[in-house]
Design a protein around this ligand. Structure first.
Ligand code: ASP
Ligand code: MG
Length: 476
């Protein structure tokens, strides 16, 4: 049975200045059930690590980078000498390790997926120390834990690892329970865990959300709060669709599909551990802690067949692979998708015919994809054609797979704007449907789809559903 208590995850923007530490401390003090905190790296730090290892660096550059990183984090430490002193020591120990690692990369001019993950994990390690110092100076007993040190176990898929939930529970739960029982807050690094061979493995960008759900699973908690400096899910990106309104609930599948297809508010796989233990994810805004935010849980499935939200992915390309003499379309599909997967090309969608398979992939992966296909064994390629400038539109809603006429309404709305639809995927998921348009038409298409289902004022028409309130709905 799930226990009471909450995991509270704070994203990069929420761990990056003293005002945010005030907010975080107030949030933790207002509910003693929030004993497990998961943190992201300070805003921009993971990006800087990614850039630093993008090419081999001179020693001078490394020294400068480490000095900048130190300055950035030390500047965030509280004034009280005791908290500051302890944290500075911890930061320096981490920075020394990171510096050696970067020197190693510079000398060998070699970087493996493992080393890359280890380097990228330092953002969270540094941020956990800064957060702990700030919580202590605000009267909260807190201690930092590095997820790989306390047994957040993963597989060996470096860069996009998956947590081993049962192993993690065995290792991590006793440690975190002891903290909670002592009334202390555990500040756990997000984004990574420990692979079976004892190396750090990350969950992919934005992976701290996933970590938070893994911690909740380990502790059997029913609430995961994802604190951000913006609200939760909306009916569309408000930067493109001004009438977009916040959503108070989504199902696991709706949230997963929207996240996979472009909505940036949640890591696409964060729902998996939550679903496995029946926990709800609450997307909350630190500026409005009293707002309910978006809840994603086991009981938030509204199968009315209404469209709930529309998301998008920009800058994709269609890759058409033609081959002869392979015997069947399945062989072509399986061989070419294996070649693409081996080259770490993310496939958003695929469609087949007897002689051709079309893939929707990221446009900056086109060259890598072509190379991988041309090198693949047993793939008698005739030609590979890439069409760039595709962007994907995804609309989701539980039950739209069964509802009558939804797709027709979408495509009519888009066609009425004179926009051509290129690639349609329906049926892979019963809650989501995707199509692509030329990137120049993307924003127009998003507005047309949103208007079709929600009208001009951001109000939905069609059947009223308690599950999807308008922006002005009162707070529960
Ligand atoms: N710091 C990591 C990233 O920027 C993980 C996270 O923020 O969730 O991707
Ligand atoms: Mg981050």
């Amino acid at each position: 049975m799930p226990e009471d208590g909450k995991v509270a995850k704070f994203g990069g923007a929420c761990v990056s200045n003293p005002e945010m530490y005030d907010r975080m401390a107030a949030i933790l003090k207002s509910d003693p059930g929030r004993k497990s905190v998961v943190v992201s790296a300070v805003a921009g730090v993971t990006d800087s690590l990614v850039q630093t290892i993008a090419r081999p660096r001179e020693e001078k550059e490394i020294d400068q980078y480490i000095a900048d990183l130190r300055k950035r984090h030390v500047a965030l430490l509280p004034a009280s000498p005791e908290d500051r002193g302890r944290a500075t020591e911890a930061l320096d120990a981490l920075l020394t390790k990171l510096e050696r690692l970067l020197y190693g990369i510079a000398y060998t001019e070699e970087i493996t997926a493992r080393i890359r993950d280890f380097v990228l994990s330092f953002g969270e390690r540094l941020s956990a120390q800064v957060v702990v110092a700030n919580l202590r100076s605000r009267g909260i007993e807190a201690e930092a834990f590095e997820a790989d040190q306390i047994g957040l176990m993963t597989d060996e898929n470096y860069g996009n690892a998956t947590a081993l939930l049962e192993d993690t529970r065995d290792h991590m739960a006793p440690i975190l329970r002891r903290q909670a029982a002592a009334g202390h807050v555990a500040v756990v690094t997000g984004f990574f865990g420990l692979s079976p061979e004892g190396k750090t493995a990350t969950f992919g960008r934005g992976g701290s959300d996933y970590s938070a759900a893994v911690v909740a699973h380990a502790l059997g908690l029913r609430t995961v709060e994802i604190w951000k400096d913006v609200g939760g899910f909306m009916s569309a990106d408000p930067k493109i669709v001004p009438e977009a309104f916040p959503l108070s609930v989504l199902s696991y599948d709706e949230a997963a599909e929207l996240s996979y297809f472009g909505a940036k508010v949640l890591h696409p796989r964060a729902v998996q551990p939550a679903r496995a233990c029946g926990a709800s994810l609450y997307l909350k805004n630190v500026y409005r802690p009293g707002d309910a935010g978006t809840r994603i849980g086991p009981d938030t499935v509204d199968k009315s067949g209404d469209v709930k939200s529309v998301s998008y992915v920009r800058d994709l390309a269609t890759l058409k692979v033609y081959a002869t003499g392979l015997g069947s379309d399945e062989v072509l599909l399986s061989r070419s998708s294996t070649a693409l997967a081996d080259a770490a090309v993310n496939i958003y969608s695929a469609a087949t015919s007897q002689t051709c398979v079309a893939f929707l992939i990221e446009s900056d992966a086109v060259n890598r994809a072509k190379k991988a296909l041309s090198r693949a064994d047993h793939l008698a390629l005739e030609k590979v054609e890439a069409t760039p400038h595709a962007s994907l539109v995804c609309f989701v809603g539980e039950g739209i797979g069964h509802a009558h006429g939804i797709a027709a309404r979408v495509f009519r709305a888009v066609a009425d704007r004179g926009i051509g639809v290129q690639f349609i995927t329906a049926g892979a998921s019963m809650v989501a449907c995707q199509f692509t348009v030329d990137t120049k038409d993307l924003e127009d298409a998003l507005r047309a789809v949103h208007r079709e289902f929600f009208g001009d004022g951001g109000k939905r028409h069609g059947s009223a559903s308690a599950a999807v309130p308008s922006a002005s709905a009162p707070l529960p």
